[in-house]
Structures are given as structure tokens and as C-alpha cells.
Design a protein around this ligand. Structure first.
Ligand code: SF4
Length: 304
């Protein structure tokens, strides 16, 4: 395979009036050529504001689907169609519908890490940046929440509402494998460092942390803090953004094994190829997209 030509990527972007959106967990070289790098909430917000004709989404399936739902008239591409988030596969639509039948008074708040078919059955979507805020703003005191049971734990600690997890044990394999022994080892090596983690981490890691936040919340916290060293408990791609934006501080991964293989599937070569060929395109069936859009737009409205 030929090496990617970043000048050609720029030329193709201009020619096709394309914008490149990249998640914080992307490879460093992808983050560096992106027009915008952010977390799921920021990327969804960005996707509603672009006047580009084409969106090249360097993230996983549900993120590109969300961009397509919010931009039915634009072409949305993903460099590698195989970038599928395992968490988004953990919610079975039938299980969600069963739970809705069992708890008719509950409202459904689904994490953005879900497929469009499931979003279409939600009252509102949330991200890790606004999950507590969204749950609090729902009318009902009973919330069906899925699929991440670790994020559900985080929300439960911060609301008096009853949160029922659907499925009972959904999780992100990348965050779930950051263990308490990783934390002990990292603290031993960097005793001065503050521990900042993502709410997809297991409850034991959340409880031991100095701060819990979405990836962009992690960046804001590290920037504002007077501390100089941080242990970061999320996917390791986040360290590139932190080192680039806050070069005067030191960042260490809580676990070097916290790598999401799905996020890392995109390469510069695949970016160049997607821009060149206009494929692979991400589309969502109209009926499903229309219903899912209502739940996503409700989140965007409530997050303003
Ligand atoms: S880091 Fe976890 S939640 Fe994010 S895409 Fe990878 S598997 Fe899915």
C-alpha cells in the first residue's frame, strides 16, 4: 500500500468541500489532520454546524451514524467501515422494548454509544459529558438507562432518580480493563500525579479518582488545575490531545493497555482513499433516522 500524502488529503478536502471530524481516541496523525477533534457531544454539536458537503468521520459506527442523522443532506463517510464500537452492539432492541413494556412510566435515556435503531426508541440521548444533567431534566423519576453500566453507576451517585440499567451489564471493554492494580502501580510510579478518569471506568476506579469527566472534561480539568502531573484513566489516544494542548504539564496513562482497537482502525491511507472514492458511506434508514433525530436533538437542546 502507498503511503498517505497529507498534501493530497488537503487538496481532496478542498475539492470536495469536506470536513474531517475526529474523536479524541484517534491515532495522533489522524488528530493532527482533522478540522476538529473532540468528544461525542462536541462532535455531534459540530456536525450540526458544518456547511461542508461531505463529513469524513474518524470515529466509530454510532458516531458516524449520528452525524448522518443530523445531516440528512450531506454525505457522511467513515474511513474504515469495520470501526464498530462493541458497546453499541450490547443493547438488544428487543430487550429495550421489553423494559419499556415492563416500566411504562419510565423515560428512556440512551448513551450516544448506541445504534440508530435503538436511539429511535429513546426519549433522549446523552453523552458522558451531560448524562447527569439530561437524567435530571427528564420528567420521570424512573429512568431506563443503557447500555453502559459503569456510566449508569456514575449517574446513580449524582441523582436521586431511580436508574435501571438496560442491559444489566453493558460496558466498554477498553475502559473496563483498567484495574485497581493498574491504579496502584501508576500511583507508586507517579505519587504526585492527580488521577483523572472517564466514567466508563469501573466503579472502584471512579471512586479512587480525584476527578471523573468526559474526555473534553478531562482536558478542561487538566488545563485549569494548578497541578503539574496527571494519571489519565481513559483510552490512550487522549494523551496526544492533552500533550498538544497543555505542553507544560505531564500526562501518564493509567494503563498502557487501554487501547480501543476499533478507534485505531482508521489510518491516513484510509482517510485519503475515502476522500478520493467517496466511500464507504454511512447511511441510516429514513424512518429510523427521523425518530433517532428527535432524541438526539432533544439532548442538544437540553445541553445548550
Ligand atoms: S473506547 Fe469503548 S466505548 Fe469507545 S469506541 Fe472503543 S469500545 Fe466503544
Amino acid at each position: 500500500m502507498m503511503r498517505a500524502n497529507t498534501k493530497n488529503i488537503e487538496r481532496l478536502k478542498d475539492r470536495k468541500n469536506a470536513v474531517i471530524l475526529a474523536h479524541n481516541y484517534q491515532r495522533p496523525e489522524i488528530q493532527d489532520i482533522a478540522d476538529f477533534v473532540g468528544d461525542s457531544l462536541e462532535l455531534s454539536q459540530k456536525a450540526t454546524k458544518t456547511d461542508a458537503d461531505m463529513i469524513l468521520f474518524c470515529g466509530v459506527d454510532f458516531m458516524a451514524e449520528t452525524a448522518s442523522i443530523l445531516n440528512p443532506d450531506k454525505k457522511v463517510l467513515i474511513p474504515d467501515f469495520g470501526a464498530i464500537c462493541p458497546m453499541s452492539q450490547q443493547l438488544e432492541t428487543e430487550e429495550l422494548l421489553d423494559a419499556k413494556r415492563k416500566y411504562p412510566d419510565a423515560e428512556v435515556v440512551l448513551y450516544i454509544n448506541t445504534l440508530a435503531e435503538d436511539k429511535a426508541h429513546a426519549d433522549c440521548i446523552c453523552t458522558s459529558a451531560n448524562a447527569v444533567q439530561i437524567v435530571e431534566l427528564m420528567d420521570s423519576d424512573l429512568i431506563l438507562f443503557g447500555p453502559d453500566s459503569n456510566l449508569a453507576h456514575y449517574v446513580r451517585q449524582r441523582t436521586s432518580k431511580e436508574i435501571i440499567s438496560v442491559p444489566e451489564y453493558g460496558l466498554c471493554p477498553t475502559h473496563h480493563q483498567i484495574t485497581e492494580s493498574d491504579l496502584l502501580d501508576a500511583r507508586e510510579k507517579h505519587p504526585e500525579a492527580k488521577v483523572v478518569v472517564h466514567p466508563e471506568c469501573i466503579p472502584e476506579i471512579q471512586e479512587a479518582a480525584d476527578h471523573i469527566a468526559s474526555t473534553s472534561g478531562i482536558a478542561r480539568y487538566c488545563k485549569a488545575s494548578a497541578e503539574k502531573e496527571f494519571l489519565i484513566g481513559t483510552e490512550v489516544g487522549m494523551l496526544h490531545r492533552l500533550e498538544k494542548e497543555i505542553p507544560e504539564k505531564r500526562f501518564y496513562p493509567l494503563s498502557i493497555y487501554a487501547v480501543c482497537p476499533h478507534m485505531k482502525m482508521h489510518t491516513l491511507e484510509k482517510v485519503e482513499m475515502a476522500l478520493e472514492t467517496g466511500e464507504p458511506e454511512v447511511t441510516v434508514r429514513k424512518g429510523v433516522a427521523d425518530k433517532a433525530r428527535e432524541a438526539i436533538e432533544r439532548m442538544l437542546e437540553l445541553s445548550r
